[in-house]
Structure formats: C-alpha cells, structure tokens
Ligand binder design. Structure first.
Ligand SMILES: *[C@@H]1O[C@H](CO)[C@@H](O)[C@H](O)[C@H]1NC(C)=O
Ligand SMILES: *[C@@H]1O[C@H](CO)[C@@H](O)[C@H](O)[C@H]1NC(C)=O
Ligand SMILES: *[C@@H]1O[C@H](CO)[C@@H](O)[C@H](O)[C@H]1NC(C)=O
Ligand SMILES: *[C@@H]1O[C@H](CO)[C@@H](O)[C@H](O)[C@H]1NC(C)=O
Ligand SMILES: *[C@@H]1O[C@H](CO)[C@@H](O)[C@H](O)[C@H]1NC(C)=O
Length: 687
C-alpha cells in the first residue's frame, strides 16, 4: 500500500480528466463513510489540501486521525476490472454523483456507459431505538444495473485490510473466517489484545467483523493485498481460502476479501450488502459510585454473543434503512423549514460526526453515554464539549443528554472530586473515565458550572423529569454559589475557547454564569424550593442589569457587546445568549438580541463572523448557536457563509469546527471530527 500512497497524485490526475461528479448538497471537506463511534470512524478526505476532491475511487479511506484504513472495492464487468473504492491500482470507474444525508453517503458510478453503480455507506442513527443505536456497526450497499440495454456479466469485490484493528502497523493481526445464520464473516483482531489502549487514537482491543450474505455466489479469501485482489481480477472469484500466517498489519498487508457473483445483470438493480463493525465486550473504564473498573458495551445487554449482534445487524438492513431514512427526513424537513437548504447542508453533515464520538455502555437498566472530545485531546465527557453538542442530543432524544451527564454526576456525587466548582471532564484519556480525584483537571470553573446548570435544566424541561433535578439539587446549588461569586466580574480564566487564551471580565463568559444562576432559579421552582427560586432570580436579574452597563459598547456605531468589560473596540460572538432563549428564561432583554443581530452583519468576513477581535478565525458550532438567536438576514448570513465554507474550504479532514473566516483554512489548531458540531442543531431548538 505504500506504493499506492505515492500514486495519489496520479489518481487525482486521472479523476480530473475523467467525468466530473456532482456533489449534493455540497462537497464536504471529508466524506463520512463508516462513522459510528470513536473507533469506527473512517472518512474519505475530499478538500483540495491533499484530498482528491471527493472521488471514492483513487484514494484510500482514512481514520479520522488520517492514517489509512484500507478499504477496497473492485468490480468486474464482462471480464474487465475497475476500482470503485480505494487505490489498488486498476482503472477506476467514473463517479458521476455524490450525495449525503444525515446517515448516508451515496456515490453513483458509471462504468463504460454499460453499468451504473449506486454505492451507499450508511451509519444508522436511531434516536428512539437504543438497541440499534448501541451497535458499533455500519453498512455498505452496492447496487448495480445495466445502462445500455444489454446484459453484463458482473462480479463485485470488496475487502478491508488489517489496518482497521490497530494504529500500530507493526502489531500482529490474527483472523478467522466463518459463517453464522446466513452471514459470512471475516473476524480480525490484534493477536495480543490491549484492553482500553489506543495507538494513534485507534482502539487496540475488540474484534472487527467484515461480513456479507453467505449465498451461493459468494466467495472469500484472506491473504496479501496483491494476491487476493489479483485473484479476483483474474478469476472474478476468490479461492475460498484463509491465509494462516498471522503477521504484522504492514507485512504483506493482509486483506480480507469477499466477492459476489451477480451473474448476468440487466436493467433491474441487483445488490450486495456488506456490514462492518467492532465488538468490544468492555468498552470503557469508569470511576462512578463503585470502584473504578470496566463497563460492558451496551449491545452486550441485548445480545448473548457478538455473532448474534453481527447477524442481527446484517439482517436488519431494510428495517434499519427505514429508521435511518425517517431520521434523514425529519432532519431535512426541520432544517429546511428553519433556515433553508444551506442549513440542511450543515446539519446533515454534522449528525454522524456528533454521534460518532459516542459509545453506549452499561446495561439496559443502568446505561451511560460516553463521549470522546476527539483531536483537540482525548478527554471524556468534557463538559464544554458536551455543551456545544447538546442541541443534537436534545433534538434527537433528550435521554441522550441525561446519559452523557449521568456519569459526571455519579463521579462527583460519590465524592471523587474535591473542588467546589464543576469538573471539566471525566478523564483525560478516553476510554478511561478515571475522574479527577486530585482536582487537577483543566480549570474552567465558570464555564463548566454554567454549562452543567443549563444542560441539566434543558434536559428536565424537554423530558419533564423533575426528579432528576431533585436528585442533583445539592450539587447544582453548590455550583450556583460559585457562579454567584464569580459571574459578575469573572476572574482571569479560560473559557471553552481556551486556544484563544485567558482573559478577565469576559463578557460572554459572565453571561453564561448569569444564565446559569437564572437556570437554577427555574430548577428551584420546579423542585418546590421557592425561596431559592426567588433568591437566584433576583441575583440573576441584578447581575444582568449591571452586565449591560459593563459589557455594551454604547457609543460604538453600531453598538454591540465587547469581548471583555471596558474594551470598547473589541467584540465577539455572544453565543452563550443562546441558552437564555433555548431555556425560555427571558433573563436578557430583547434589545440585546436585536442589537447583536444588527451588529454581526457589519463585521462578517467571507466565511463568517470571527469568534472575537483577537483573531480572524471562528467556530462553526458557535456560529450556529449565534445564528439561532439572530433574526432575518443575519441568521441567513451565518448559515449561508458556513454552508459556502463547507463547499469551498481547502481543509480535507473530517469537518473542523475551527477555521479562518478569510482563507477558509485551519488556523494554528487542526480540530477535526469533534462532536461539538452537534451544535449545528441549535437553530432547531429555538424556532
Ligand atoms: C470515464 O470517462 C472518460 C471520459 O469520458 C472515458 O474516457 C473513460 O473510458 C471512462 N471510464 C470508465 C471506466 O467508464
Ligand atoms: C441509483 O439511484 C437512483 C436514484 O435513486 C435510481 O434512479 C437508480 O435506478 C439507481 N441505480 C441503481 C444501479 O441502483
Ligand atoms: C487506560 O488504562 C489502562 C490501564 O487500565 C492502560 O493500559 C491504557 O493505556 C489506558 N488508556 C489510555 C488511552 O490512556
Ligand atoms: C441567596 O443566595 C446567596 C448565594 O448563594 C446566598 O449567599 C444567600 O444567603 C441567599 N439568600 C437567601 C435569602 O437565601
Ligand atoms: C473587571 O472589571 C471591573 C469593572 O470594570 C474592574 O473593576 C476590574 O478591575 C476588572 N477585573 C480585572 C481582573 O481586570
């Protein structure tokens, strides 16, 4: 495969002289192929900075961290062989169209005007069906039909390489072939499983399954990449044999192939289905109310064995497709009604990425949602990463928001955290939710106290679960005391935008604290603590009146809030205002909303409004939060600029949330694939 990597330029040259593909609704920086969990996360880089422009054939798919996860597709038509995925060396099919929805990436290929192929990658999102959501599996469906009225003799081939099972290319892989309940599978894993360990962000434990229907026309083979692909190219079928020389991932690149003989194909489409996924009996370690230790993957509580899970998933394609399509349609209808097609371009690209950072663990009676920060670092359930993502959880199923907050509460209520403000994250290195019993987590006290209060109330309002508020009342009150102390004149500290540096008296951070105090007033009211409710409401209103005096550059034309108190030439995205609107608090006067809405238009660059006056970069998630609380032209401007950026950015990695509003490129940090893009759903919550 090294040779193939060198051929990248050649491939993009070939793609550029071949037929051009359309991209609907946009040509994203990177196309999600199989994106389902922190470890099942494979993409096709598309942007011009090293990507090939979004053509499935001619470039290897990659893990979000950018190492190749070898995934190859060939097709044989009347004896001639073409590549439809990856870069194994043969002539490529012509891609004519690409389209994405919230759960699917669909490529249409033309082969010599003889055959059409529809290639669908589907990573289901099934919000109200936790059993299906718990499976760390993804589909690849290949459908072909004749284009020229003739019948053609067709065989389809696809393989994965052992690169999927370890981020260490010298790790020894082991594999076996089997069948279960009509499903043929290659099972591939590290010979030495390293539980809860990662190399280059890939998980080093569990079993990978690559599967298809065990029909008569199916053949299989494992072996060196050139041998297995060569066998197919020459014979149109594989040897039904297994390579037993277990070896390093990069030693003669072992691959695991399947073929399907579709026979004589006419104008009615025929298809071959593949499933790909990861089974880990135990997925994370957690310090909750009991001792620190392993938690099972949630799918274990629905299936007795991993083969049962695989078999269910593979046979579930048509049902799963209906559920996924219903979800796609819901997002499409709501997005278009809220802010038009440009907005759907953003939401539908963000959905798999947000859920792709999560893993369901525990049992049906006691489950958790763990979330990996991804790329900026590997922190778990980072409170200020859950916060930007919370709109997608609230929109899809508010119980997800509870499941992601639960382990944070459980850890802190068990006395595992010594500080009186809210903990930043559940552990520095996914999948180890060790907590921070030494209290030395990244310190973002005002940010996280505000976030916890806001998100907890958001969940209770949407679900009606006031018991949840009572259960956590003491801690919520403790965090509120911190806000009462610090929110009016915030000490010099970092906010979630830590890459921008620390600052005292941050306008937007102060606002979050005040909204947090008012959220506590509502929490107190909902739990019958009327005195607290009155007290916190009066403090919050007193603060917000003072804040308007401190934070607004009144003499400016047009007036606007500043980045920090008194710095009249500064400004920034006042995105925390979103929480006031989303929770229906009415703490902040409408005049502030209107003022900001009028102001942003005057400071917009080509690809959006800068995060603040210190830099020209912005954050896609915060732009969506801000768009949610602006009106008319300003909202459309935010949405249009972000959608334009998605289509034009030279970045070629899984959707970044941090980009330059002038060049469209990365600033100093390469943030990719982060769940924070769940914030794209913010405008759907304040319609
Ligand atoms: C792709 O399109 C080019 C240009 O039309 C054509 O020359 C080539 O034969 C096509 N390749 C396939 C596999 O259809
Ligand atoms: C591909 O999808 C399009 C649009 O749904 C459909 O019209 C066409 O028949 C499909 N082609 C194949 C080969 O399935
Ligand atoms: C998680 O903890 C285990 C020990 O229990 C360790 O082997 C592993 O390297 C840790 N994982 C990470 C990503 O730090
Ligand atoms: C109101 O809350 C503040 C801050 O937590 C506290 O110091 C004060 O005692 C409370 N007042 C009443 C009347 O409860
Ligand atoms: C914060 O703002 C207040 C009011 O302008 C000022 O008195 C105080 O010195 C500022 N704090 C810091 C740390 O700059």
């Amino acid at each position: 495969m090294q040779l193939s990597r060198l051929s990248l330029l050649v491939a993009s040259f070939i793609a550029s002289i071949g037929a051009q593909s359309t991209f609907t609704p946009a040509r994203p920086p990177s196309i999600p192929l199989a994106v389902r969990s922190p470890y099942l996360s494979t993409w096709l880089n598309a942007g011009s900075d090293g990507g090939n422009g979004g053509y499935l054939a001619g470039q290897w798919p990659v893990f979000w961290q950018n190492q190749v996860t070898g995934w190859c597709g060939l097709i044989r038509v009347d004896g001639n062989v073409y590549t439809w995925m990856g870069l194994p060396g043969s002539k490529t099919v012509n891609q004519t169209a690409f389209e994405y929805t919230s759960t699917k990436s669909i490529f249409t290929m033309n082969v010599e005007n003889k055959l059409e192929m529809n290639i669908t990658f589907m990573s289901p999102i099934t919000p109200s069906d936790i059993k299906r959501q718990s499976l760390v599996f993804s589909y690849l469906n290949v459908e072909v039909s004749s284009l020229d009225g003739q019948k053609h003799d067709v065989q389809v081939y696809a393989d994965i390489s052992a690169e999927w099972v370890s981020g260490d290319r010298s790790a020894i892989a082991e594999w076996e072939y089997g069948t279960t309940n009509g499903v043929a599978y290659h099972k591939v894993h590290r010979q030495t499983q390293l539980a809860f360990s990662q190399v280059n962000e890939q998980g080093e434990w569990g079993n990978w399954y690559w599967a298809t229907d065990a029909t008569n026309g199916m053949s299989y083979q494992s072996g060196p990449d050139t041998v297995v692909r060569g066998q197919f190219s020459q014979n149109g079928k594989l040897a039904n044999s297994g390579d037993t020389s277990f070896r390093a991932v990069s030693s003669n690149w072992p691959v695991f192939g399947f073929t399907s003989d579709l026979g004589s194909v006419g104008s009615s489409p025929v298809s071959t289905l593949f499933s790909l996924g990861l089974t880990q009996d135990e997925a994370v370690q957690f310090a909750g109310s009991s001792d620190y230790g392993p938690l099972p993957s949630l799918w274990k509580s629905y299936f007795d064995t991993e083969l049962a899970a695989l078999s269910f998933f593979h046979h579930d394609y048509s049902a799963s497709s209906s559920v996924a399509t219903a979800f796609d349609n819901r997002v499409a209808t709501d997005s278009i009604a809220t802010a038009g097609q440009d907005y759907l371009t953003i939401t539908s690209l963000s959905a798999r990425q947000a859920f792709g950072a999560t893993q369901l663990c525990g049992t049906q009676d006691h489950m958790y949602l763990f979330l990996k920060e991804i790329s900026s670092d590997g922190n778990m359930n980072t409170v200020d990463v859950v916060f930007p993502a919370y709109p997608i959880f609230l929109y899809t199923n508010p119980e997800f928001l509870k499941l992601v907050l639960d382990p944070l509460y459980e850890n802190q209520e068990a006395g595992n955290y010594p500080n009186d403000y809210a903990m930043h994250d559940l552990g520095s290195n996914y999948p180890n939710a060790t907590g921070h019993s030494d209290g030395r987590d990244e310190k973002m006290p005002l940010e996280e106290c505000g976030n916890m209060l806001i998100m907890t109330l958001a969940y209770a309002q949407k679900s009606g679960n006031n018991e949840y508020l009572s259960a956590h009342y003491d801690l919520l009150k403790q965090w509120t005391s911190y806000l009462v102390e610090d929110a009016l004149y915030p000490a010099n500290q970092i906010s979630t935008d830590d890459f921008a540096g620390s600052l005292a008296n941050q306008t937007n951070l102060a606002l979050k604290g005040m909204i947090g105090i008012q959220a506590m007033s509502v929490i107190a009211e909902r739990t019958g603590n009327t005195e607290d409710a009155a007290n916190y409401s009066s403090i919050a209103h007193d603060y917000i009146t003072k804040w308007q005096g401190l934070a607004i550059a009144k003499g400016a034309n047009p007036p606007h809030t500043t980045l920090s108190y008194g710095d009249t030439n500064s400004h920034g995205l006042l995105y925390n205002l979103f929480a006031d609107a989303q929770l229906g608090l009415n703490l902040v006067p409408q005049s502030v909303y209107q003022m900001q809405s009028d102001f942003y238009q005057t400071v917009a660059n080509k690809y959006g409004v800068p995060l603040d006056t210190r830099h020209t970069y912005t954050k896609g998630d915060w732009e969506c939060f801000t768009a949610a609380i602006t009106s008319g032209n300003t909202r459309s401007m935010f949405i249009k600029d972000l959608a334009t950026w998605i289509n034009e950015t030279p970045t070629n990695r899984a959707l970044t949330d941090l980009y330059d509003t002038v060049s469209g490129n990365y600033p100093q940090n390469t943030f990719v694939a982060r769940p924070v893009m769940g914030g794209a759903f913010a405008p759907l919550l304040v319609r």
